[in-house]
Design a protein around this ligand. Structure first.
Ligand code: SF4
Length: 244
């Protein structure tokens, strides 16, 4: 039996919390001379933005020492393999702020306004992500979820975008997201990830030494890679079969 289900959320409802936006951009009051133009752009963003999300329910087929096979596609990452060890199904997701918001980049008249637009596109992307997580919970009741994105840690490099897109397949076109030869997604405010049930709430940030990252969600733990994903000799911590 094929277990293979796509869900497309298009468009995702999007409203900008202007209070939060002003705070994020360090504009203290709506009386600030910058605020009028910012709120004008925010109003335009709400009118044109069409964030979107797509995810696929996938079978876990096999695990090796440093890889997993999902829907016939090999994803090479030791951390991913260990995280998915107790799991029999995963969700491969793609979300985006939507190409419509690119019009706003053209409406921005200077670098500061382009930065504001960038922040609003990021907010639209987050709305798409949150809608996808909520839809997964409502549809499949998987319990607490964690996720990993290709390129977020050294162990799962950006080149792994390619196999992840192979799993998503041509349906990526339904939400207008493309992957370039250099592994960058277009629109740039798009996110691909593998989402999985996890009671321990894995966060890639704990394995990422990146300084001054404004998106950091958890402190870096330099010992975690060795203690949780490798033994002291750098070998497997768990006895899993290798690929034939
Ligand atoms: S610290 Fe920043 S760059 Fe590193 S995984 Fe977290 S969000 Fe990504």
């Amino acid at each position: 039996m094929t277990v293979d289900t796509y869900h497309c959320l298009n468009p995702v409802p999007f409203q900008i919390n202007t209070e939060r936006l002003l705070k994020l951009l360090c504009i203290k009051t709506a009386d600030d001379p910058c605020a009028g133009r910012l709120l004008e752009l925010a109003g335009m963003a709400e009118k044109i933005a069409r964030p979107k999300a797509l995810y696929r329910l996938c079978r876990m087929e096999k695990q090796t020492a440093d890889a997993v096979i999902v829907e016939g596609v090999i994803l090479s990452s030791r951390v991913l393999r260990v995280n998915l060890e107790p799991v029999h199904r995963v969700f491969v997701g793609l979300s985006t702020c939507g190409r419509e918001m690119l019009q706003l980049v053209n409406a921005a008249t200077d670098l500061l306004e382009k930065y504001w637009v960038d922040v609003m596109m990021e907010m639209a992307l987050r709305a798409a992500d949150q809608a996808m997580d909520a839809h997964i919970q409502l549809t499949y009741q998987p319990g607490p979820l964690s996720s990993m994105c290709p390129g977020s840690i050294e162990d799962w490099p950006i080149t792994e975008q390619k196999p992840l897109f192979d799993i998503i397949g041509k349906q990526a076109g339904e939400i207008g997201v493309t992957l370039s030869a250099s592994m960058l997604m277009e629109p740039i405010k798009s996110l691909s990830r593998i989402i999985f049930p996890s009671g321990s709430r894995f966060q890639s940030c704990r394995l990422c030494p990146m300084d001054r990252c404004t998106s950091r969600k958890a402190p870096y733990d330099p010992k975690m890679m060795a203690s949780s994903f490798f033994n002291s000799r750098g070998g497997a911590t768990r006895n899993m079969p290798l690929l034939p």
